[in-house]
Unconditional design. Structure first.
Length: 103
């Protein structure tokens, strides 16, 4: 398993337009949580010009498939998205935990 961060860049009218697509987007997101793929997700604040979603998956294809079928992406509310693999080393759920030598 690996951690992936997905970054969404949103349209200028995202906050106004998301209302009509929000329920479908949230259904998709919570289904991903139920499959133990999505860990956390949400919009950035001040300004609300993007979002970040943390996934746990075997491959980036899981994350790509989420984005490609997301109603926010399909309806132009997300203007650009990209994925970065995240090498997590600190924390109880880190994929590659590294402890200090003195511990």
């Amino acid at each position: 398993m690996k951690h992936f961060l997905m970054f969404y860049e949103t349209s200028a009218d995202y906050v106004e337009k998301r209302v009509q697509f929000r329920d479908a987007h949230l259904q998709k997101a919570w289904a991903s949580v139920a499959r133990n793929e999505m860990i956390l997700g949400g919009a950035l604040a001040d300004p609300t010009d993007g979002a970040v979603i943390l996934f746990r998956a075997e491959s980036r294809e899981v994350v790509e498939n989420f984005a490609k079928s997301d109603p926010y992406v399909q309806n132009g509310l997300v203007t650009h998205w990209y994925i970065r693999e995240w090498n997590t080393v600190v924390g109880e759920t880190a994929m590659n935990p590294v402890r200090p030598a003195s511990a």
